[in-house]
Design a protein around this ligand. Structure first.
Ligand code: ZN
Length: 146
């Protein structure tokens, strides 16, 4: 555990029309923490693999239920795509928007929406996490420039 301050959680339940995550299994702990502004990842005690989003088994060695750790929520753009055509229903009023593979400082990478001018995004750009609460059960991680 890092002891860092939780990230802001913005209530988007009324305006969000995108996909809503359904917490289940290994994901339940992860989504519970998002409501508190905490980004969790898994680090395998057997082989050291860190992963996001959570899975029931380690992608490195197959150990079940790798334990959770709290990320500082900072990282950089590993790669990104600017979407001009909405890939999901509900994103039509949002195009163009950027989706990035975010490399967290702790190692794991996750795909996430970027809340910034898509033209300004570049590989290596420093980011920090915020959360948009989209349901009673989940707040999606959204990254902003740091
Ligand atoms: Zn492992």
């Amino acid at each position: 555990m890092s002891g860092s301050e939780p990230a802001p959680v913005e209530d988007r339940r009324d305006s969000w029309e995108g996909p809503v995550p359904i917490p289940s299994g290994a994901n339940e702990t992860f989504w519970e923490a998002t409501l508190e502004g905490e980004l969790l990842y898994q680090r395998c005690e057997e082989c050291g693999t860190s992963q996001l989003y959570p899975r029931a088994v380690c992608t490195g060695c197959g150990t079940t239920d790798p334990p959770f750790e709290t990320s500082e929520g900072v990282g950089t753009v590993y790669s990104y795509t600017v979407c001009h055509v909405p890939g999901e229903p509900g994103f039509s009023d949002r195009t163009p928007y950027a989706v990035a593979a975010v490399a967290l400082e702790e190692g794991p990478r996750l795909l996430a929406l970027l809340d910034c001018d898509p033209e300004a995004v570049e590989v290596g750009m420093p980011l920090e996490v915020t959360f948009w609460q989209v349901s009673e059960e989940a707040a999606i991680p959204v990254f902003v420039p740091r």
